[in-house]
Design a protein around this ligand. Sequence first.
Ligand SMILES: Cc1cc2nc3c(=O)[nH]c(=O)nc-3n(C[C@H](O)[C@H](O)[C@H](O)COP(=O)(O)OP(=O)(O)OC[C@H]3O[C@@H](n4cnc5c(N)ncnc54)[C@H](O)[C@@H]3O)c2cc1C
Length: 505
Amino acid sequence: MISDVLIIGAGGAGLSAAIAAQEEGLSVRVLTKEYPTRSQTCMAQGGINAALGNHGEDSIEAHIANTLKSAHGEADENAVVFMCEEAPNAIVWLDSIGVPFSRTPDGKIAQRTLGGASAARACFAQDYTGLKILHTLYDKALALGVEMLADKFLLELLKNTDDAVCGAKVLDIRTGEVQTYFAKSVVLATGGYSRIYGHYSTNSKISTGDGIAAAKHAGARLLGMEFVQFHPTGLKNSSILISESARGEGGYVLNSKGERFTNELAPRDELSRAIDAEIKKGEDVFIDIRHLGEEFIDENLPQERKLAKLYENVDPVHELIPIKPVAHYTMGGIEVDNVSQTSVDGLFACGECANHRVHGANRLGGNSLLEIVVFGREAGKSAAKRAKSLDDFNANTQESTHILERLEDFSNEIDFYQVQKELAELFYTKVGIVRKPSELQEVHNKLQEINTQLPRMGVSDTNKIYNTNLLEFLEFCNMLELAQSIVEASLARKKSCGAHFVAEE
Ligand SMILES: Cc1cc2nc3c(=O)[nH]c(=O)nc-3n(C[C@H](O)[C@H](O)[C@H](O)COP(=O)(O)OP(=O)(O)OC[C@H]3O[C@@H](n4cnc5c(N)ncnc54)[C@H](O)[C@@H]3O)c2cc1C
């Protein structure tokens, strides 16, 4: 089963890469554990940035300056310039393939202001921006003839005797079979790792960092793993996101006394810390959009109203929305160069699983959807270029080292679901918005203890078909692996920087 390009992950990044590679006239196969249209990209609400200036003045220079400022010196200026310069083309392309962007009365693409932006720069489709982009990309990829295989769980990357990646080993979720897919180039587009924070996260259950863990096993370097972005406005009880569009459209952040205590459009790291400090003083914190009026809310923020009603039992047209900051986006990931090449030959990466150094220590709202389209397409082109340039294909693979090979020896005395919950709690309180070196060390020690106990965990369900117990254990192992990378990177970075905020002991 050899293809020219194998893409793992069918979110916005994977599908953008697949379309670009297919347009090069190559055979492209996409494997994904979730059905493509349910990838986390569909949850993005607020918008995608491009300095179009359709709603007041804006410039590419301002977009670059805002992005670099928010990144706290951790971004690569060339990569940021490339992304911001490409942004208007990306919007024109998305528009041309059918993304139904909201429009101004004179028919231009509508734009709104998100945190840290000096202008109304985020293009949106109401507050369903990611969903509309994802589904349009999926239609386009299918129309071009990209082969799409769902219910395939990446276990490990295959490396050949030249030490290059030459494919992937996956678990077929429908049958329980382990399968091998060879390819001349492999692109990882498997999303981020915020689910380490369990239910203290806005992310879907699939964001368990599987691709990053597989890349780490294959010897790829990771970068910036300590930079985990907390979104200031998760719903208090469920952590479901109330999008930045609510503040972008004029919503206020209030404490229990009804006071506005912060700049609502500050970058996320600053606003999350301000809200966290208020909560630690014993205050409740809310978003207030009542003054925007029912008609405006239903036209521009319909999803926010639905989510608040469904998951917090409040109607934002008449009531305050209780919120708390929760883990939302992971800036760190697989280190890639400016053509999305990882440190391992044959392996490319894009989207939230990769670190293209465009977000640095703190991502700006609206820049992730932009990154997945711009660098997704670049990764597809780079993977295609490598596939075309290969004279011979070496499929002599090295021996497998995946945990699945050893699972029969695991005893299943300790409930890993319970350990996962404890780990999430520990991460939220000690590897969260404010971090202390002594607490990071405590978490580091705890991780070592969990690792020693791992052979006493395992799965109780021995079914082959749709064995979610097995999948969740494999995801738990991946998160455990990356939890260590986060804590080690956090301990190594002694000074505060963006989302990594170090407090005095
Ligand atoms: C609630 C919410 C709102 C957001 N709003 C915005 C916004 O308004 N603007 C913005 O710019 N950004 C926003 N973001 C961030 C943005 O949506 C994501 O960063 C981006 O969509 C990630 O895209 P991706 O393609 O990299 O990954 P994903 O969309 O997460 O896709 C990952 C893919 O990899 C597959 N996969 C994962 N593991 C495996 C495995 N083991 N085997 C096989 N396949 C696997 C999954 O099935 C999936 O298809 C938001 C995020 C959230 C959670």
